[in-house]
Design a protein around this ligand. Structure first.
Ligand code: UT7
Length: 342
């Protein structure tokens, strides 16, 4: 049995910065509300014509990760792409990355686990490397949220939260026993699927039908009734998030005979600064043991952990031998954790 480790990290975010004040010009919201409830000060949005898409941002992050890992595109055995906002309904973004990297052929797998997508993808990559089937896996999390949000007051409780961006990691076989991914834990609870969801267009709710319904309703439906914008039962999601984050972090630590005091760096999915602070307080972690950048990027779903991990590494906050814990919760509901010896 082999072990996998992260050999390189990269991130890309669009240049276009959208502040809370910018949003307050197009909907009934304000900087104070957004900062107090979420911690977010600004986020990045793709600008029409800047050439960014979910796949192309993922490609830019992947190029950096590959360079840092010193692994050529021809050495990639598998691409895993996590997103909830693919460029096309089908095929997935994984094959687009394969084409953009000019790899002749290779397996490319898309993961649809929303905010937990990166850790789900990490787990998939880890299993393939562990069994010896593959040596190098390119894992990407990328999202274009701004292309599909309701930027009217009706959608404000969701649209102020999400941002665009991408992060990538190259996983490779570890030469040192005990160094690398120690464990991953994955969960889901589909009974809450619609509490945080985008229902259409889908195979049972196609575009002409949606347009006709919206016209008939005069376009004045509540956020919940509009199937082509994301819906979130915010407080319900929040309550579940804090409980599941705690559980899955403890599950990962316990599996490895570790305790919260052994955590050198916790990188939570950037869902809401209040959630991260709740976890930090509960586990009595110092500020330097928890990495947050939601203030600058908002919630970038599958991209949030790899962007944060990349920044923490770039800032020298992750050192060899550190115990790193990743944790996520999101739509599905799905939640997951990974414990890594760096
Ligand atoms: O990444 C996946 C996981 N996601 C999460 O874990 C997110 C979990 N949920 C949350 O982060 C929070 O529930 C939100 C940030 C989404 C909302 O915060 P909240 O404290 O739960 O606010 P709320 O939805 O209860 O709304 C409170 C008030 C409402 O007004 P009334 O009914 O009290 O008059 C909303 O209409 O705030 C109003 N409101 C806003 N006001 C200004 C909602 N959105 C906004 C806004 N600006 N953007």
């Amino acid at each position: 049995m082999y072990q996998s480790k992260i050999a390189g990290l990269g991130k890309y975010v669009p240049e276009n910065v959208v502040t809370n004040d910018d949003l307050s010009k197009i909907m009934d919201t304000n900087d104070a509300w957004i900062q107090e409830r979420t911690g977010i000060k600004e986020r990045r949005h793709i600008k029409k014509g800047d050439g960014n898409t979910t796949a192309s941002m993922g490609f830019k992050a992947a190029k950096i990760a590959l360079e840092r890992a010193n692994i050529s595109k021809d050495e990639i055995d598998l691409i895993v792409f996590a997103t909830l906002s693919p460029d096309y309904y089908f095929p997935g973004c994984g094959v687009q990355i394969q084409e953009m990297l000019e790899i002749d052929t290779c397996p490319a797998l898309d993961v649809r686990n929303q905010c937990s997508g990166f850790i789900y993808g990490l787990s998939v990559a880890d299993q393939f490397i562990k069994t010896g089937m593959y040596k190098n896996v390119l894992l990407i999390g990328s999202e274009n949220h701004s292309g599909g949000l309701d930027f009217t007051t009706r959608g404000r409780s969701v649209s102020v939260i999400f941002g665009d961006g991408a992060g990538a990691a190259v996983l490779t076989r570890s030469d040192h026993v005990g160094q690398g991914i120690l464990s991953t834990h994955l969960h889901s609870e589909g009974k809450h699927a619609l509490e945080l969801s985008l229902k259409g267009p889908s195979t049972n709710h196609w575009v002409p039908e949606i347009i006709a319904e919206n016209l008939a309703a005069g376009g004045e439906d509540s956020q919940e009734d509009i199937p082509y914008y994301p819906y979130m039962n915010g407080q319900f999601v929040f309550k579940n998030a804090v409980a599941r984050f705690s559980e899955v972090i403890m599950e990962g630590l316990k599996e490895n005979g570790l305790d919260v005091k052994d955590i050198d760096m916790l990188i939570p999915h950037q869902a809401n600064l209040r959630i991260s602070q709740f976890i930090q307080q509960k586990f009595q972690l110092r500020d330097d043991q928890v990495y947050n950048n939601i203030q600058r990027y908002g919630n970038t779903t599958a991209a949030s952990i790899p962007i944060a991990l990349t920044e923490a590494w770039e800032e020298g906050k992750i050192k060899e031998g550190d115990t790193i814990v990743l944790a996520a919760f999101g739509s599905g509901f799905t939640w997951a954790s990974a414990v890594i010896e760096w």
